[in-house]
Design a protein around this ligand. Structure first.
Ligand code: SF4
Ligand code: MG
Length: 337
C-alpha cells in the first residue's frame, strides 16, 4: 500500500500562564492511500491538535516543537508540510486540492450569510477554471453525492434553513469539492443523534470506497471506530500509546489504556446490559503530566520504580501492532472480557 501521509515525532506545545502544555508529544502515525485511520482518545489527548497541524490550522499560540509531516500529492510528489506553511501557496493548494476537513460543528466550515450553492461554487471556482454554470452543476452534483434530499432546491438555501444532519452533509459536500485524497474528520458525528450519526457514518464509508479517499477519523467513541476504521491509533495525553488494525485493537489490545477503554464500552444485547464503567484514577491533567508512563496513576498494572520513572519505548510486534508499554510483550490475546 502507498503511504499518503506520514507523521514523524510531531510535537506541538502551548505556552500558557500555568506552564507549558505539550499537547502533542512525539506523535508518529501514517495513513495509506484509500484507508480509514481512526484516532481514539479522551478529550485533551491531542487528537485534534495533531490533525490540525497536518492542515496547519492549529491555534495561533501553538508552538511547533519539531517533527515532520510528509504528504504524497496526487502527482506522486512528496511534500514536507512545515510550520512556516500556514499561509504558503503550497498549503493553500493542498487545502484546496488534496486535503479536506470536516468538523463536529458544521458552522465552523459554513458561512451563515451565503447559500450552500454559493459556498460550494466559490470553492470550485477558486481551484478549477470553470464557468459559473459549470460550478453550479458541480455543486448540485456534490449535494447529490452526499445524498442531500432535494439538491436542486437546497443549493439555493442558507445553512439556517437546514437540519443538523443536512448541514453536516453540506459541509461534507464542501470538503469534497476539491476531490481530496485525504479527508480529516474531527468528531463529525459527535453532536448528532444516534440515527443521524449512523447515516453520516454510512455515507462517509461509501464515499470513501467510491472515491478511494483516505480518512483520518477522530473520535472519542470506540463504537464509531469499529464501524468505520481499518486501522486505529489510540492517544493518551499527547502520545500515541497503541496502533493496530481494528481487529487487533478490539481483540488483542496490547496497552492497558486501550484495554481499559474497551472495558468501558457498555455491552448491549448481552445477557445483562453492563453499566458504563469509567476508567478509574485521576483525570489526566495536561499541565501536570506524570513522569515515566503518563498513564501510570490510572494503570492497574503499573509497576513502581519502572512505570513512574521511565518513559516506555515503542514495542513493535511482528504483525505491525505497536504498544508503548514496558510490559506490552506480556499482553497476549487479552480481549476485554
Ligand atoms: Fe501501565 Fe506501566 Fe504499561 Fe504504563 S508502562 S501502561 S503504567 S504497565
Ligand atoms: Mg477535539
Amino acid at each position: 500500500p502507498e503511504r499518503l501521509l506520514q507523521l514523524d515525532d510531531v510535537n506541538v506545545h502551548f505556552p500558557m500562564r500555568e506552564g507549558l502544555v505539550k499537547a502533542v508529544n512525539g506523535v508518529s502515525y501514517h495513513i495509506n492511500r484509500g484507508e480509514v485511520l481512526g484516532i481514539v482518545g479522551e478529550s485533551g489527548s491531542g487528537k485534534s491538535v495533531t490533525a490540525r497541524s497536518i492542515m496547519r490550522l492549529q491555534p495561533k499560540q501553538a508552538l511547533d516543537a519539531g517533527g515532520s509531516i510528509r504528504f504524497r500529492r496526487k502527482s506522486g510528489e512528496e511534500v514536507l508540510i512545515s510550520s512556516e506553511d500556514r499561509q504558503s501557496r503550497t498549503m493553500r493548494d493542498l487545502r484546496g486540492n488534496e486535503i479536506g476537513m470536516i468538523f463536529q460543528e458544521p458552522m465552523t466550515a459554513l458561512s451563515p450569510v451565503h447559500t450552500i450553492g454559493t459556498q460550494i461554487m466559490r470553492t470550485v471556482m477558486l481551484h478549477r477554471n470553470v464557468s459559473k454554470a459549470d460550478a453550479r452543476a458541480r455543486a448540485i452534483e456534490l449535494l447529490t453525492k452526499v445524498q442531500m434530499p432535494r439538491p436542486n432546491d437546497i443549493v439555493d438555501r442558507y445553512p439556517h434553513h437546514l437540519s443538523g444532519g443536512m448541514r453536516q452533509r453540506a459541509m461534507i459536500a464542501l470538503a469534497l469539492a476539491c476531490d481530496p485524497t485525504l479527508l480529516i474528520a474531527d468528531e463529525p458525528t459527535t453532536a448528532l443523534d444516534v440515527t443521524t450519526e449512523a447515516q453520516i457514518l454510512h455515507l462517509l464509508k461509501s464515499l470513501q470506497q467510491e472515491l478511494g479517499m483516505a480518512i483520518v477519523f477522530i473520535t472519542h467513541n470506540f463504537g464509531v471506530v469499529a464501524d468505520i476504521a481499518d486501522r486505529v491509533a489510540v492517544m493518551y495525553l499527547g502520545r500515541v500509546v497503541e496502533t493496530g488494525t481494528v481487529d487487533e485493537i478490539f481483540y488483542e489490545p496490547k496497552h492497558p489504556y486501550t484495554q481499559a477503554l474497551l472495558r468501558s464500552i457498555p455491552k448491549l444485547g448481552g445477557q445483562k446490559a453492563r453499566r458504563l464503567k469509567t476508567i478509574s484514577g485521576t483525570v489526566p491533567d495536561p499541565f501536570n503530566v506524570p513522569p515515566g508512563c503518563s498513564f501510570h496513576p490510572r494503570c492497574m498494572r503499573a509497576v513502581g520504580g519502572i512505570c513512574n520513572v521511565t518513559t516506555p519505548p515503542e514495542v513493535r510486534f511482528p504483525n505491525g501492532q505497536i504498544s508503548r508499554c514496558h510490559f506490552a510483550e506480556e499482553f497476549r490475546s487479552e480481549a476485554a472480557e
